[in-house]
Write a protein that binds this ligand. Structure first.
Ligand code: SF4
Length: 385
C-alpha cells in the first residue's frame, strides 16, 4: 500500500502519517491479503447476467431480477438480506458469487463539507495482484450532492500536471469497485449526481465504466437519468465514439491547450489522439438536446492563459453547443507552472464570452483536503456539477 501522494510505503499496520511532500495528514491503511477470491462479483451485472448465475446455482431464472432489485434498489450488503430467495439458494449463490461491495477505509472531511473517501482496492496488472487505494469525493452544494468517482487505480495517461498520472498505473477498477463508491458512502441515498472525474481515465477502462453507468441509469439499476452522470475524458477516440453511441450521459473533455505542440508538451495523449480529431468526432453528434459536452481548461500562468490562447480556444470549439470550464490549478511538485491569477482567469473568461463561448470559472471545493491532489482538486466545481 502506498501513499497516494508521495508514493511512500508505510510499514504494515501504520494507519496515519504525514506525507513528506505536502505536510498534510494523510491516512494510509494497510490491508490484509486474504488470498484471491475467484467468485463472481454480482454488482455491475445485468439482470440477464444475474439470471444465468442464478440458474447455474440451481435457482430459477427469474431470481436474476430479484437479485438485481436487492443489489441496485435495496443495496443489500449480504446474501442473508435477500430473503425472497430460499436459505439453500442463498447458500449456493454465496458459493459461486460475492456481492462485490468494497467499503471505504476512511474519510477526510473538508471545512466546506466536501468529504473525500478512501477505498482499498485490489486490481490486476500484468497477471499480478496489486493492492492500492482510490478516492471518491462527495461535494455538497445546496440541495445537490455530487460524487466524483475513480475508474482506475492510478492512470497511464501521464498528464504532466496531474498527481494521479505521477503514481503510474495499478490496474482497472471493476464495475463493482466503481459502484461500491456510490453505494457504501454515508451519503449514498441522497446523492444527486455522479461525475467520472476521479482517478484514472474512464475510457481507458471502457467495459467496466460502461457496465457501471448502465447499472446507474438502467430501469433495473439505480434508474437515474443520464443527465445526472458526467464522464470526463482526455479524448480516447475509439472509446469516445462508443461512449457517445451507447450512453446518453454528459461528456467533459479535458482540453487544457488549443495549440497542438503545447498540448503535447503537457498531455502525451495528444500524440495518439489529437485534439482536432476529438473535436471532429464531437461535431458528428448533437449536443443541442439533453446531452451536454463541456471542455475542461486548467489555467497555467504564462503557459496557456494568453489572449492568443483564448482566441484559438474559441475558434477550436466554434459551432459546438458547449461550455468551457476554467479551472484554477493547484501547484504540484516538479511541474513548472503555477495557477493563473483570478484576474487572468476572469479576463480569459470574458474574452471567450466575447466570442459567444459560454465559459465559467470553477469554485474550488475541499481545498484543505484536496489541494495536494493536483487534477482531482482542480476538477471539482459548483458550476459543472
Ligand atoms: Fe489520468 Fe486524468 Fe490525470 Fe491525465 S488528468 S493523468 S487522464 S487522471
Amino acid at each position: 500500500m502506498i501513499c497516494l501522494y508521495c508514493g511512500d510505503n508505510p510499514p504494515n499496520g501504520k494507519v496515519m502519517k504525514i506525507c513528506r511532500n505536502y505536510d498534510i495528514f494523510f491516512v494510509i491503511f494497510a490491508i490484509g491479503n486474504n488470498g484471491h477470491d475467484m467468485r463472481t462479483r454480482l454488482l455491475g451485472l445485468t439482470p440477464a447476467e444475474l439470471s444465468s448465475i442464478a440458474v447455474s446455482s440451481g435457482l430459477p431464472s427469474y431470481a436474476g431480477k430479484q437479485i438485481a432489485r436487492h443489489l441496485y434498489v435495496r443495496k443489500v450488503r449480504s446474501f442473508d438480506e435477500m430473503t425472497d430467495i430460499s436459505r439453500e439458494g442463498r447458500a449456493r449463490l454465496a458459493e459461486a458469487a460475492e456481492i462485490g461491495l468494497v467499503a471505504p477505509s476512511g474519510s477526510v472531511l473538508s471545512s466546506d463539507g466536501t468529504r473525500k473517501y478512501i477505498f482499498p482496492v485490489e486490481t490486476e496488472l500484468g497477471g499480478k495482484r496489486v493492492e492500492s487505494c482510490v478516492e471518491a469525493v462527495m461535494i455538497p452544494d445546496g440541495d445537490r450532492k455530487t460524487l466524483c468517482v475513480s475508474s482506475q487505480a492510478g492512470c497511464r495517461m501521464g498528464c504532466h500536471f496531474c498527481m494521479t498520472g505521477r503514481q503510474g498505473f495499478h490496474g482497472n477498477l471493476s464495475a463493482s469497485q466503481i459502484l461500491s463508491q456510490l453505494i457504501t458512502i454515508d451519503e449514498s441515498d441522497s446523492l444527486t449526481n455522479v461525475v467520472f472525474m476521479g482517478m484514472g481515465e474512464p475510457l481507458d477502462n471502457w467495459d467496466n465504466v460502461r457496465s457501471a453507468i448502465e447499472a446507474i441509469t438502467a430501469p433495473w439499476g439505480f434508474a437515474w437519468s443520464p443527465k445526472r452522470v458526467t464522464l470526463s475524458t482526455i479524448g480516447v477516440i475509439p472509446k469516445l465514439r462508443a461512449c457517445l453511441d451507447e450512453l446518453k450521459c454528459h461528456i467533459a473533455v479535458s482540453l487544457h491547450d488549443p495549440f497542438p505542440e503545447e498540448r503535447l508538451s503537457i498531455m502525451p495523449v495528444q500524440k495518439a489522439w489529437p485534439l482536432a480529431d476529438v473535436l471532429s468526432l464531437l461535431r458528428e453528434y448533437d449536443f443541442t438536446g439533453q446531452r451536454r459536452v463541456s471542455f475542461e481548461y486548467t489555467m497555467f500562468a504564462g503557459f496557456n492563459d494568453s489572449k492568443a490562447h483564448a482566441d484559438a480556444l474559441a475558434r477550436a470549439v466554434r459551432g459546438l453547443e458547449c461550455r468551457v470550464n476554467l479551472i484554477r490549478f493547484h501547484k504540484i511538485p516538479d511541474f513548472p507552472y503555477e495557477s493563473s491569477s483570478d484576474e487572468a482567469i476572469e479576463a480569459f473568461r470574458r474574452r471567450l464570452s466575447a466570442y459567444g463561448v459560454t465559459a465559467t470559472v470553477r469554485a474550488s471545493r475541499g481545498e484543505d483536503i484536496l489541494a495536494a491532489c493536483g487534477m482531482l482538486a482542480g476538477k471539482f466545481s459548483k458550476t459543472s456539477l
